[in-house]
Design a protein around this ligand. Structure first.
Ligand code: ZN
Length: 362
């Protein structure tokens, strides 16, 4: 049985890296390389179109649509091409990839203003539904970036997204294999910093990638993300890597509810699952630093949808999590009006005249 009326994964990578050649250049062997090795070369790898496997999984799991995200070394152009090749199946968010490339390959200093300018031009094409994955950052620096400096970097980006009445994604969580630090995405270790952005830009929907749980079994960042979602109308949480029990708090919380959750895994990323039957949680996503990189396409949707099967909520709530919220926030075309239950006025900027959303809830 299909799990919902209109299913959208809002965090999908349709591009994949062939890591072998890049690892070879560093005298590393693909068969024995670890995540740390991959992290060293990932920004220099060429991504290829992995949409045939994605379309196969969409068929398997009845996923109607995906939001495509570029990540390190992936391109906006290839995502647009995949969209054009498969009308109605994909939309994409954009990233300031050219600014990052110039800093990496040409030694041109990375600035938030340059990244914002690039995003401004990309959003002006009307071909993208938001920005992501995560907020632009300086990948070429090994300097610790503190809260005030980082928020100053984010403001020009927020202003551009506000101007285009679009959506911004902010990264949170750590997946253990790639060493995420305060050099690149300090907010990934401090999601609570986004409270300032939510207050300063109340009309910009802020989607927290992974909702605090990209991997591992600690609930620390998840708790911070719940606080953000509960206290700011414009903050939404991706939840595709939540194990079943993690849905309880947001669904019970009168200030969060199903309307703030987006089903979003990290389809296409190299993240396996660890199983520990009899313990809590019985399985969870995590990269294992001591083991070689997984060579197969990890089945994220099977795992994630099975977690949702255990969640006690109404089908109307599940429909919001699985696609209704995505349709509202990313302005997706849906087959009919009135498919999703109405949401609170405070979460419907259309009613407040701030942003025009597709009239899917009325
Ligand atoms: Zn991702």
């Amino acid at each position: 049985m299909k799990m919902g009326r209109f299913i959208v994964d809002t965090h999908v990578h349709a591009q994949r890296f062939a890591a072998g050649p890049g690892l070879k250049k560093e005298n590393l062997d693909a068969g024995s390389a670890r995540y740390n090795d991959l992290a060293k070369v990932i920004r220099h790898l060429e991504a290829y179109d992995n949409s045939p496997r994605l379309l196969y999984d969409m068929e398997c799991y009845d996923v109607d649509m995906c939001v495509l995200l570029p990540a390190f070394g992936m391109s906006n152009e290839l995502n647009l091409q995949i969209m054009e090749n498969n009308p109605g199946r994909f939309v994409a968010v954009c990233s300031a990839t050219e600014t990052a490339r110039k800093a990496r390959e040409e030694g041109i200093e990375w600035t938030a203003e340059a990244a914002a300018k690039e995003l401004d031009a990309l959003l002006a094409t009307g071909k993208f539904v938001g920005t992501g994955e995560g907020m632009p950052a300086n990948a070429s620096s090994k300097r610790t970036v503190g809260m005030t400096e980082r928020l100053d970097q984010l403001r020009p980006i927020m202003e551009v997204v506000q101007k285009h009445e679009s959506v911004v994604q902010v990264h949170s969580g750590v997946v253990m294999g790639y060493p995420l630090s305060h050099h690149y995405w300090p907010e990934t270790l401090n999601p609570i910093w986004m409270a300032d952005m939510a207050v300063e830009y109340p009309d910009v929907p802020i989607v927290i990638n992974h909702g605090g749980l990209q991997g591992w079994w600690s609930e620390r960042f998840y708790e911070e993300c719940l606080l953000l979602a509960a206290s700011h109308d414009n903050i939404y949480l991706e939840c595709g890597f939540y194990w079943a029990e993690l849905y309880e708090k947001p669904l019970l919380d009168p200030n969060i509810g199903a309307e703030k959750l987006l089903w979003a895994t990290d389809w296409g990323a190299s993240i396996p699952f660890h199983s520990q039957p009899g313990h809590y949680p019985s399985s969870y996503p995590v990269q294992k630093r001591s083991e070689p990189l997984p060579r197969h396409q990890v089945d994220m949707w099977g795992w994630s949808l099975k977690q949702l099967l255990k969640v006690q909520c109404t089908q109307d709530d599940l429909n919001l999590i699985l696609g209704g919220n995505a349709a509202r926030i990313y302005k997706l075309e849906v087959p009919h009006t009135r498919l999703f239950r109405p949401i609170g006025k405070h979460l419907n900027p259309q009613e407040e005249g701030r942003i025009t959303y597709a009239p899917i809830c009325c």
